[in-house]
Design a protein around this ligand. Structure first.
Ligand code: SF4
Length: 94
């Protein structure tokens, strides 16, 4: 048996061509993904390559859910870095 990476790469042959599956394959082969690509690839990994169909995971408690590729009200995925400049400084705890 090979490494976990080799095992997963072998599994990809059975995955669908849904959004993110090819990106996940690129990641497993050592390519660096953008933040947005990583997000889409993670959903493909989480959904097991969408072998049961291209569907909404409906996991509303997941922080990635607003960007899930098959979420009907999906927000656009960008690679912008969030601006936290308006956030207050952390307070010291005594
Ligand atoms: S949004 Fe859904 S598919 Fe994507 S990582 Fe979260 S639970 Fe998994």
């Amino acid at each position: 048996m090979g490494s976990a990476r080799e095992v997963r790469l072998a599994q990809l042959k059975d995955w669908s061509q849904a959004k993110g599956t090819h990106l996940y394959g690129k990641y497993l082969q050592g390519e660096r993904l953008t933040r947005g690509e990583s997000l889409i690839a993670k959903c493909a990994e989480c959904m097991g390559g969408y072998v049961d169909g291209r569907r909404d995971c409906r996991v509303e408690l997941c922080p990635l859910y607003p960007y899930m590729p098959y979420h009907k009200d999906r927000e656009e995925v960008t690679d912008e870095v969030a601006d936290h400049s308006e956030e207050p400084e952390p307070r010291e705890i005594n």
